[in-house]
Design a binder for this molecule. Structure first.
Ligand SMILES: [Fe+2]
Ligand SMILES: [Fe+2]
Length: 296
């Protein structure tokens, strides 16, 4: 069994200091196999925001696998945006735009989907797709394979027209061919997960698509700050959402979902617990009340 601490959208420059501290404390006693951060480290890719994010990452468990998000490319500095889009990211967060973690049971590959020529959208290039295929296909049989992007492959159930990865349907064949088991992403500041086939009717392989909410940003969309604590083994997976409890000022388990792979298909076994935080979300933010994205 392996464990993944999956944080996303920490957005330094637009954070809640109490939540920032609370997340560091919640992760301090934990030893995930790998900590994955799926992009949007900063709010506007400014130097001071990158410095703060980099300092913060040093406090979190290692090893870490990180990919950039659309907010990690400067928005208003056009020269930098076009000619040096991820210069600051590479200097402060990671120089590696195609990172990987691997051991005998788990392979995790990071893919950069942030782009200069679009404000919010993202995609995977032909070259990156080939890279995914070459590196993932050669993993030994039985290794659990995870691909990390900033942009999600599937929309949240409560917002089916949300901005997902562009041309996603064109990547499915490759992901299937190299036996990808799970996709991790963020971007929409909402925590949700499902079989990829819930959105791509042509997909044949059952792949779990798991999104994390924003861990520390104040730009929430009707959900508390949260991150995912994920355990994986060959045919069993548990996604535990750990959400910020503003009253007690701590992260706590809010929603735990177990999946079992039966005859090649991930089946949602049961929701193990719904605590008061999740119930509060459902009561105070019914599906029709999700606030608009406003530049997420
Ligand atoms: Fe974000
Ligand atoms: Fe984003």
């Amino acid at each position: 069994m392996r464990t993944i601490a999956h944080i996303s959208d920490i957005h330094f420059g637009r954070t809640d200091p109490a939540v920032v501290e609370g997340l560091a404390q919640d992760l301090a006693g934990r030893k995930p196999t790998v900590l994955v951060a799926s992009g949007d480290f900063t709010q506007r890719a400014r130097e001071w925001q990158y410095r703060a994010a980099a300092e913060y990452l040093k406090r979190l468990p290692t090893p870490q696998l990180v990919v950039p998000g659309n907010h990690d490319i400067p928005l208003f500095d056009v020269i930098r945006r076009i000619f040096f889009p991820l210069h600051r990211y590479r200097r402060h967060i990671s120089a590696d735009l195609r990172p990987a973690y691997m051991d005998e049971e788990l392979f995790v590959l990071g893919v950069n989907t942030a782009r200069s020529f679009t404000h919010k959208s993202g995609w995977i290039s032909e070259e990156q797709l080939l890279d995914i295929k070459l590196r993932t296909c050669k993993q030994p049989p039985g290794v659990f394979r995870v691909v990390v992007t900033h942009h999600p492959f599937i929309p949240p159930p409560r917002d089916p027209h949300a901005d997902v990865i562009r041309r996603g349907v064109e990547y499915i064949d490759e992901l299937e061919d190299c036996g990808v088991d799970m996709l991790l992403a963020g971007h929409l500041h909402l925590a949700y997960h499902d079989d990829l086939r819930s959105h791509y009717k042509s997909a044949k392989r059952s792949i779990l698509s798991v999104q994390a909410g924003t861990a520390t940003s104040t730009r929430r969309r009707g959900e508390p700050n949260a991150y995912n604590w994920i355990t994986v083994s060959r045919d069993l997976c548990t996604v535990a959402v750990r959400a910020w409890n503003a009253k007690d000022k701590c992260f706590e388990e809010s929603l735990v979902t177990r999946y079992e792979r039966v005859d090649g298909a991930w089946q949602r076994e049961k929701q193990v617990s719904v605590d008061k935080v999740a119930e509060e979300v459902l009561v105070t933010h019914p599906p029709e009340a999700i606030p608009p994205k406003r530049g997420i």
